[in-house]
Design a protein around this ligand. Structure first.
Ligand code: MN
Length: 299
């Protein structure tokens, strides 16, 4: 198994929150269609100021917000106004174009969660933007609690439609508990550790690390090696066959498409308008002077 180490990335904006990013990275751009993974907290909002991400655009992808603690207020250009809460899936489809803002609420004292992106396949990447909310029923097993927010695991299936086969689940393991679950051998998997130490096969994964399991596995065995409760996210999907260009908040297939999306955000109405956010939208950074290169799955 391959361990993808996190790197610290400041989110920018008016507050000083830092996230731990494990996808994409030089050695691996994708796990299934999962193309981006930020893990943050637990942060005392009194110290960090919490999250305040001004309106910004997305295209060619879906965003998955999943919290362990705290609350985030979401507003988007479709007019959606929603609260992201622990154990609740918020899935935003950028498709052709959407914009949104994310702000932790005043009642939040500890902010802790993940932000994940899923790349849309060629035939759906220009789809209409959308926002969905789903609360998975927790599945209680011996020593483990599963919340399957996308796909199917251990007989628990999410009703949320995806554009490629995907797995997204939160797994909580009691101290020293072991969980063995059958998985689809067509899927590659990512194990993102939130808390505790997780052993799978011969590999020990620590907090904020993302373990990569290639396709071909028919089951996964996860052991919590710590004396306290452990928590992880299990991500999966069949290897994504297309090469993508990812820059800022956009996923496309070429440099020119990215440049067009940037232009459309800076002047145009492709990404709509977020109402109710107190402040100005985020300006796009300058494009690099060298052409953005397509990337695909690691060979
Ligand atoms: Mn966003």
């Amino acid at each position: 198994m391959e361990i993808l180490e996190p790197r610290d990335v400041p989110l920018g904006g008016p507050r000083a929150m830092t996230v731990r990013r494990t996808l994409p990275q030089r050695s691996r751009s994708l796990i299934g269609a999962w193309c981006f993974a930020d893990h943050y907290g637990p942060d005392d909002v009194a110290d960090t100021g919490g999250m305040d991400v001004a309106p910004h655009p997305h295209t060619g992808l879906q965003t998955v917000s999943w919290l362990f603690s705290g609350e985030i207020e979401h507003r988007d250009s479709l007019g959606s106004h929603a609260f992201v809460r622990p154990g609740e899936l918020n899935l935003m489809t950028g498709g052709h174009g959407i914009s949104h803002s994310e702000v932790s609420t005043p009642s939040t004292t500890v902010l802790h969660g993940v932000q994940l992106w899923v790349v849309l396949p060629e035939q759906h990447r220009h789809t209409a933007p959308d926002f969905q909310h789903h609360v998975p029923e927790p599945l209680h097993l011996d020593g483990a609690v599963l919340r399957v927010f996308l796909g199917t695991l251990a007989g628990s299936a999410s009703p949320v439609r995806t554009f490629t086969p995907l797995l997204g689940a939160e797994v909580v393991l009691s101290p020293h508990a072991t969980l063995t679950v059958p998985v689809d051998p067509a899927f590659e998997h990512g194990i993102l550790v939130d808390e505790g130490r997780i052993r799978t096969a011969q590999t020990l994964l620590r907090r904020a690390e993302l373990g990569y399991v290639p396709d071909g596995a028919t089951s996964l065995t996860l052991t919590n090696e710590s004396d306290t409760t452990a928590r992880l996210l299990l991500l999966g999907g069949p290897p994504f066959g297309e090469e993508i260009v990812m820059w800022w908040n956009f996923v496309a297939r070429s440099h020119d498409e990215i440049a067009q999306a940037r232009e459309d955000w800076m002047q145009g109405d492709r990404f709509g308008e977020v109402r109710g956010y107190d402040g100005d939208p985020l300006p796009a950074p300058e494009l690099p002077h060298v052409p953005l290169k397509p990337r695909g799955r690691a060979r």
